[in-house]
Design a protein around this ligand. Structure first.
Ligand code: IMP
Ligand code: MG
Length: 183
């Protein structure tokens, strides 16, 4: 796509649709192999992870269940300690299941730490994390991340599920936000 076709809020493209698809295929193959004798359930964190989860799940070659939860997050980019609560819980129990928590991005790690604490208390057989993007340079609390599509630099990003003021989730690429021109 030429720069003139990009939306105003896009500073530059970080990962194209082709790069994203290729990487998701690799992750799906790893996950299919690792969980082939397990009871895999993907848990998506609304709303950002929906786009990634849908692409990933379509390429996983073993039986898989899907469930979602939503959180309200009060963590902010200035690094203030994150306060998180569940705004919409899972529909079903995860007891005895092999849960793969699907995130859009792990930044400070506060959200993920809260989710792992909450879900691990519900008796899953196993609990692991797969994130679309990982920004380890801003990590404040250490959290285990088993699968990641891409490590990213310290810029606010949009697209492929990631939003700025609820916009840009539908971009089929990941881009750095231009805050001066964003909607
Ligand atoms: P954490 O608790 O700091 O790890 O925050 C993770 C959450 O912050 C993600 O699930 C996103 O909702 C949001 N977030 C962090 N960085 C970005 C970004 O660059 N673009 C869009 N959302 C972000
Ligand atoms: Mg999120």
């Amino acid at each position: 796509m030429s720069p003139s076709e990009l939306p105003a809020g896009v500073e530059r493209v970080l990962f194209t649709q082709e790069q994203i698809e290729a990487r998701i295929c690799e992750l799906a193959a790893q996950i299919s192999e690792h969980y082939k004798d397990k009871n895999l359930k993907l848990i998506g964190v609304l709303k950002g992870s929906v786009f990634f989860l849908a692409e990933l799940a379509r390429r996983i070659r073993i039986p898989v269940k899907v469930d979602f939860l939503a959180i309200s997050s009060f963590s902010n980019r200035s690094g203030a300690p994150g306060l998180v609560r569940i705004a919409k819980d899972l529909d079903d129990s995860i007891e005895g299941e092999d849960v793969l928590l699907i995130e859009d991005i792990v930044d400070t790690g506060f959200t993920l730490r809260y989710l792992l604490q909450t879900l691990s208390s519900r008796g899953p057989n196993s609990l692991a994390v797969c994130t679309f993007l990982d920004r380890t340079s801003r990590r404040i609390v250490q959290v285990p991340v088993e699968y990641r599509c891409f490590e990213i630099p310290d810029h606010f990003v949009i697209g492929f599920g990631l939003d700025y003021n609820q916009l840009y989730r539908n971009l089929n690429y990941v881009a750095v936000l231009n805050p001066d021109r964003a909607g």
